[in-house]
Design a protein. Sequence first.
Length: 241
Amino acid sequence: MKFSLDILDWRAVAPGVDSCEHWIQWAQCSDINTFSGENPKSQQIPMMSARRMSTGSRFAVDAGLALLANNNVDAAIFTSRHGELENTGRILHSLAEENALSPTEFSMSVHNTAAGWLTIISKNPLPVTSLAAGKDSFQQGILEAQSMLATGASSVMLVDFDGEIPDIYNESVNSEFLPYAVAIILTSGDSLQCQRISLPGEDLNSEIPQSLQFLRGYLSSSPLFNVSADSRHSWQWVRDL
């Protein structure tokens, strides 16, 4: 599998890293992976709406709105490994404690919550898709965008995100890189080529979410970088210099 595309614009949000300049600095420091600092406050989401959102959805919608303010897109794709686990965890805890469920948390617990919020707040009835494919969610979103571009879309926005994880999942999920959101606008082109490659015997499985691996490589000056898929495969990106 091999394909190519162009990136028109990007935005990203994480604790303590919210401006493009900060992200470029983060990308240049490969030994710094964890995020620290306060969660940035949104300047685009109405306060009452922001209060109803999980941290991950707020970051995702904020990054998406920042791109839509300066770009027109034909469709949007949201990818997330954990979705609304932040809200779902609270719901499960309430059930275990036999407490009344919060109607707000229940309505905000579906995987396409962030996608819905984006169209509502932007008042833009975009065609939207929400995908989840475990650690490979971002790259599967790239493939979805590629199929849209191949069938007539001129530009597609991809938003990858994850929010805060309930403490009960700490042993099975590395939360050092959460919460975050990465949004990019993709269009047909040849500036970036991508292919899935096999590297037997080499453990490429990284705890850093795929979209953050991609952003670090994209913002670097390296002509080639990899985004891990699993212990045997990787997505190799090559920049057209």
